[in-house]
Write a protein that binds this ligand. Structure first.
Ligand SMILES: O=C[C@H](O)COP(=O)(O)O
Length: 284
């Protein structure tokens, strides 16, 4: 089965404030994203592919309310706190935190954990505190994954090496996998590989050979866990990614990289169509 994830980052911010949202009023943006995609996504058999969308917290309820009967859209959130509300334990004293229990109660089915933007944030906080332990972030993410899984949320766990880590990619990815997934039920988790060095304008995208090498490494290290490309999946690379047997899907974020950059539902659907068409050919 293929997995197509959508990370909506903070694509809700209007263009006049510096964001990329030109498609809907911020108050109805979550429902717009779901309404504009769910009927077309029904064209794909649910046994062949699943679709999860990770929304900023403010948009979860409107996204969930927009789901219709039989909608293939799984609504997810963008991270959970590293500790949780517990019966007889902490009752919810987590100001600014996003406990997994709250996300479960809201109706979320999935969560993205360890995205490079989350890793950057955690690294920044640890650097302010003078922490030089490179695995501290992996340990925090492991706590978050455990909280999510304990609440029954499916996890997309992101890993990836930065440019200064490229020569040690095996050590870096190996530790991210080993520590991040320690004592975790792997049936609830898929891996997203983000080559951080190749993401962003002016960067050289990772090629098929490189992505295949990493996917094989991840499968070997994790006894065959599903891995998607998180670098991300876009029109330019959809057919190439679908032609790699070890890659089980992709993580889409921006759909347009030039002009009025941003996320546009019709372009998201086009990326999926390109990917699934090629994936279908591979199976024939
Ligand atoms: O979440 C996905 C990755 O950060 C890639 O994002 P992007 O395709 O918008 O550059």
């Amino acid at each position: 089965m293929k997995h197509i994830y959508l990370n909506l980052k903070r694509f809700d911010v209007p263009a006049e404030l510096g964001g990329v949202n030109r498609i809907a009023d911020i108050r109805t943006w979550g429902s717009y994203i779901v309404r504009e995609t769910q009927e077309k996504l029904k064209a794909y058999a649910q046994k062949d592919v699943e679709f999860a969308m990770f929304f900023p917290e403010a948009h979860l309820f409107s996204a969930l309310e927009a789901k219709t009967e039989g909608s293939p859209v799984q609504v997810g959130c963008q991270g959970v706190f590293r500790t949780d509300v517990q019966p007889g334990g902490n009752f919810g004293a987590f100001t600014t935190g996003r406990p997994a229990a709250a996300m479960k109660a809201a109706g979320c089915e999935a969560v993205i954990i360890g995205h490079c933007e989350e890793r950057n944030n955690l690294n920044g906080i640890l650097a302010e505190a003078g922490c030089k332990d490179t695995n501290a972030v992996n340990r925090i993410l492991n706590q978050e994954i455990k909280c999510a899984v304990a609440q029954g949320l499916k996890v997309l766990y992101c890993i990836g090496e930065r440019s200064e880590e490229q020569e040690q990619w095996q050590d870096v990815l190996g530790e991210q996998l080993e520590i991040g997934l320690q004592d975790v039920d792997k049936n609830m988790v898929a891996i997203a590989y983000e080559p951080v060095w190749s993401i962003g304008p002016g960067k050289t995208p990772a090629d098929k050979e490189y992505i295949t090498k990493i996917a094989r490494f991840v499968k070997e290290k994790t006894e065959g866990m599903d891995i998607v490309y998180g670098g991300g999946l876009k029109q330019d690379n959809a057919a190439m990614l679908a032609s790699i047997p070890e890659i089980d899907g992709g993580l889409i974020a921006l759909t347009r990289f030039q002009g009025e950059i941003g996320y546009y539902p019709e372009e998201y659907l086009e990326i999926i169509s390109l990917y699934m068409k090629e994936a279908g050919k591979q199976e024939d």
